[in-house]
Design a protein around this ligand. Structure first.
Ligand SMILES: Cc1cc2nc3c(=O)[nH]c(=O)nc-3n(C[C@H](O)[C@H](O)[C@H](O)COP(=O)(O)OP(=O)(O)OC[C@H]3O[C@@H](n4cnc5c(N)ncnc54)[C@H](O)[C@@H]3O)c2cc1C
Length: 406
C-alpha cells in the first residue's frame, strides 16, 4: 500500500487530489490531505468581497466531505517534515508517514516586515483582511488611495526561473479599477486619486508589450495613476514612506505583502534562502525524489498564480500515476499567465501571456464577456468543489481567445 500525503488543500493540493481520485485503487494507494483550514478559499474572489459584491460564504466550501469521499482529511497544522524518516509532524504530536509527499502549502504573506501595516494598512489577501478592507472602502470620503506590492523574496537554487520583483500585481490593478468604479457610482470619484505603486521598473512586469499597452490605456481612461520603482519602507497613518526617501500621502493604503516560503519549510531544511521549495522542472524536490512541491510554495512558481498551481498539480498527479501504477501519460505543462481582473461595472480584463517564458502569446481582452468568464469560473470552482472546468470548455476558450492573437 503506497501512502500519498498532500499538505495544503488550496489550488495545487486539491487539483492533485481530484486527479488521484480518478485512478486511485483503494487497496493499493492511500491518500491523505492535511490542511489547517476546514474550508477551501477561492482567493481570486477576495477583491469582490472587499468591494461588497460577495460574502466569504460565497467563495468557500468545506474540504472534509470532498476529501473523505476518496481519502483521509486531517485538519491540522504541519509543523515539520522529516524527509529522511518520510514523516510529517502535526499538532497534538500526530505523525503521518508517507511514501510520496506533495507540498502545496502556498506562500507566507509577510505583513510584519512592513512597519505600520498592522496599525494603518489594509489588504485583500485573506478572508479576515478582505472584509476589513470592505469596511474601510465604505467609510472612505476623500484623499489618496495607494495600492501596491512589497517586493517578493526569491532564492538562488533554481536557476532557470525568471526573476520578478513582485509575487503578482493582478490584485493591485483589480482593486484599483474596482475602487474607481465604486467611487464613480457613489459620485465621489473626483475626491480621490487612485495610485498603484510597484517596486519593479514596470508595472505588470510578467506580461508583454501588448498587455502593457492595453493596461495603460485603461488606466488613463479610469484615471488610475501608476508609480514605479517604489519599495515600501513603512506605512504611517496618513502617508507611505518608500525606501528611496520619498513619501506619498494616503488616506487608504492597500498592500500585497512580501511573499516568502512558509516557516515549516525552513524548519524542515527543505527550502532555499527565501523559504521556497527548490524543484526540478517536474516539480520534484531537488534533493528528494519522493517529494514534490507545487503552487506558491515552489521556487519555480513565478509569478505566484493559482492558474500555475493548477497546471503544476495536473503535471505532478500524472507523474505520481506513472510512478505508482505505471500507467497514464505525462501532462504537458506549459507555463503561462492567465488571469481575469474584475474592473467593476460588470467588466473585466482577461490577460493571457507567455512572453515571460519566451512565448509569443500576449492577449488582453476587456469586456463584459471577460467578466462573465470570471464569474462562471469562480461559481464552477465552488459548485464543483475545486474541480476545473471540463477540457471541452477549456478548448472552446482557447478557440475564442485565439481570435485576439494576431
Ligand atoms: C487577492 C488575490 C487575488 C488573486 N487572483 C488570482 C487570479 O485572478 N488568478 C490566479 O491564477 N491567481 C490569483 N491569485 C493567486 C492564487 O490565489 C494563488 O496563487 C493560489 O491560491 C496558490 O495556490 P496554492 O495551492 O499554491 O496555495 P494556497 O491556495 O494558498 O493553499 C495553501 C493551503 O495550505 C494551507 N496551509 C498553509 N500552511 C499550512 C500549515 N503549516 N499546515 C497546514 N496547512 C497549511 C492553507 O490553509 C491553504 O489551504 C490571487 C491571490 C490573491 C491573494
Amino acid at each position: 500500500m503506497k501512502k500519498i500525503v498532500i499538505v495544503g488543500a488550496g489550488f495545487g493540493g486539491l487539483t492533485v487530489f481530484h486527479h488521484i481520485s480518478t485512478w486511485l485503487n483503494p487497496g493499493d494507494v492511500e491518500v491523505t490531505v492535511i490542511d489547517e483550514r476546514e474550508t477551501f478559499l477561492v482567493k481570486p474572489s477576495l477583491p469582490e468581497v472587499a468591494l461588497g459584491e460577495k460574502d466569504i460564504r460565497d467563495i468557500t466550501f468545506p474540504l472534509r466531505p470532498v476529501i473523505e469521499s476518496y481519502g483521509h482529511f486531517i485538519r491540522s497544522r504541519v509543523h515539520r517534515i522529516d524527509p529522511k524518516a518520510q514523516e510529517v509532524y502535526l499538532d497534538d504530536e500526530v505523525t503521518m508517514p508517507y511514501d510520496f509527499l506533495v507540498i502545496a502549502l502556498g506562500g507566507k504573506k509577510d505583513f510584519e516586515s512592513v512597519p505600520g501595516f498592522r496599525e494603518y494598512g489594509y489588504s485583500v489577501c485573506t478572508d479576515i483582511l478582505a472584509p476589513r478592507l470592505y469596511e474601510a472602502i465604505e467609510k472612505f470620503k476623500q484623499g489618496n488611495i495607494l495600492i501596491g506590492s512589497a517586493p517578493m523574496l526569491a532564492g538562488t537554487r533554481v536557476k532557470d526561473v525568471p526573476h520578478l520583483e513582485t509575487a503578482c500585481e493582478g490584485p493591485v490593478g483589480e482593486i484599483a479599477f474596482m475602487i474607481d468604479s465604486e467611487l464613480r457610482e457613489r459620485g465621489i470619484r473626483d475626491q480621490a486619486r487612485i495610485i498603484c505603486f510597484s517596486p519593479a521598473e514596470i508595472f505588470f512586469e510578467d506580461v508583454g508589450d501588448k498587455v502593457h499597452e492595453a493596461f495603460e490605456g485603461l488606466a488613463r481612461k479610469h484615471e488610475v495613476e501608476v508609480v514605479i520603482n517604489k519599495v515600501v519602507e513603512r506605512i504611517e497613518k496618513d502617508h507611505v514612506v518608500f525606501k528611496d526617501g520619498s513619501t506619498i500621502s494616503s488616506a487608504l493604503t492597500v498592500l500585497i505583502p512580501t511573499y516568502r516560503g512558509p516557516d515549516v519549510i525552513t524548519a524542515s531544511g527543505l527550502g532555499d534562502e527565501a523559504g521556497f521549495v527548490p524543484t526540478d522542472e517536474n516539480f520534484q524536490h531537488m534533493d528528494y525524489e519522493n517529494i514534490f512541491a507545487i503552487g506558491d510554495v515552489a521556487s519555480r512558481t513565478v509569478p505566484k498564480l493559482g492558474h500555475l498551481a493548477v497546471e503544476q498539480g495536473n503535471l505532478v498527479a500524472s507523474l505520481l500515476r506513472q510512478r505508482i501504477t505505471g500507467q497514464g501519460q505525462r501532462y504537458d505543462y506549459e507555463p503561462e499567465i492567465f488571469c481575469i481582473m474584475n474592473m467593476g461595472n460588470r467588466k473585466a480584463m482577461l490577460i493571457r501571456s507567455n512572453t515571460l517564458w519566451g512565448g509569443t502569446t500576449d492577449i488582453s481582452y476587456h469586456s463584459s464577456m471577460s467578466h462573465l468568464m470570471k464569474s462562471s469560473f469562480d461559481t464552477y470552482m465552488v459548485k464543483f468543489k475545486g474541480k476545473m472546468p471540463p477540457q471541452l470548455a477549456q478548448r472552446l476558450l482557447n478557440v475564442y481567445l485565439g481570435r485576439f492573437q494576431e
